[in-house]
Design a protein around this ligand. Structure first.
Ligand code: NAP
Length: 285
């Protein structure tokens, strides 16, 4: 993995993440009582790779069954499904484009029909493009904002309507970005879509809190995924970015997964409407 290049300490961090993704036989037999998400059903969008996969696996490690959404059902989603089932949890793949209302409704219908009523939604699916402000087209704006923002609104709405109708509690974790607080060039569409996720989180949390539904947001920093591999592989750009991060390294999908598992769990029972930077100390530096 790309982060292994930095220091010996980073190698051990990498190994720790990889170890946490190995099947822990003790946990599957003895440690179940301490699992944060035991018996829960979670839906994770864009879970075929990257941060979504890290969250899906972290949730399975903590006892949750997982609905894996991504654009297509392919070898990547099958791999994630296998990794979850190997932990003794149930997993299904429901492909679909979460920026499209019919696909969103189908995702929740299939989740409810195949696994049962879900307790947790993670709105993770997102895309980033880089286009100078004066060249950005209406279509480019719409594709990014529909995928990163409208999708989170639609999925949250569909999820909450079902929970409220059934009188069930739940938790939503929305994925934003460090770019809610940091300017990077060519992101006049991406950055607003991610800052808006913070306001979406706060406003939904205020409307559904009385129904026992908590809504929080994670703003990831530089996380080692296919989306930003071009940064990790650029000797010109990478040192400048890493120099802005207090911990001096990119993060790992499992580290975002650990934060998401906490926010989705009862350990965070009194936390709602919040945005948490999981960025190794980038925004605060
Ligand atoms: P990634 O490696 O590109 O993975 C995102 C996944 O979402 C891909 O499998 C992608 O499918 C899928 N997806 C894209 N559009 C979708 C849609 N409309 N419906 C369903 N699935 C869709 O990205 P990532 O780095 O894991 O990022 C995950 C989230 O974290 C995104 O919201 C991103 O903006 C945010 N984030 C990432 C970083 C970072 O450093 N990696 C930093 C801040 C925020 P395809 O591969 O088929 O397109």
């Amino acid at each position: 993995m790309a982060v292994g290049r930095f220091t010996k300490e980073d190698d051990s961090l990498n190994a720790r993440c990889e170890r946490s993704n190995e099947i822990d036989e003790d946990a599957t037999s003895k440690g179940q009582e301490s699992m944060k998400l035991k018996g829960r059903i979670a839906i994770v969008t864009g879970a075929g790779q990257g941060i979504g996969r890290g969250i899906a696996e972290a949730f399975a490690e903590q006892g949750a069954d997982v609905v894996i959404n991504d654009l297509v059902d392919d070898a990547r989603t099958k791999d994630v499904q296998d990794a979850i089932e190997a932990r003794g949890r149930r997993a299904i793949v429901v492909p679909g484009d979460v920026s499209k209302r019919p696909d969103v409704e189908n995702l929740f219908d299939e989740a409810w029909n195949q696994l049962g009523p879900a307790d947790i939604l993670v709105n993770n699916a997102g895309i980033e493009t880089i286009v100078p402000f004066t060249e950005l087209t209406d279509e480019q704006w719409e594709v990014v904002t529909n995928t990163n923002l409208k999708s989170e609104w639609m999925c949250a709405q569909s999820f909450c309507k079902r929970l409220i109708a059934e009188g069930r509690k739940g938790a939503i974790v929305n994925i934003g970005s460090i770019q809610a607080a940091r300017v990077l060039p060519g992101r006049t569409h991406y950055a607003p879509s991610k800052l808006a996720v913070e306001a979406l989180t706060r406003n939904i949390s205020a409307e559904v809190g009385s129904h026992g539904i908590r809504v929080n947001c994670i703003h990831p920093g530089l996380i080692d995924t296919p989306m930003i591999r071009w940064v990790l592989e650029s000797p010109d750009i990478l040192p400048h970015v890493v120099a802005q991060i207090s911990l001096g390294r990119p993060g790992l999908p499992c580290e975002v997964g650990a934060a998401a598992a906490f926010l989705a769990s009862d350990e965070a029972a009194y936390i709602t409407g919040q945005s948490l930077y999981v960025d190794g100390g980038w925004v605060g530096k």
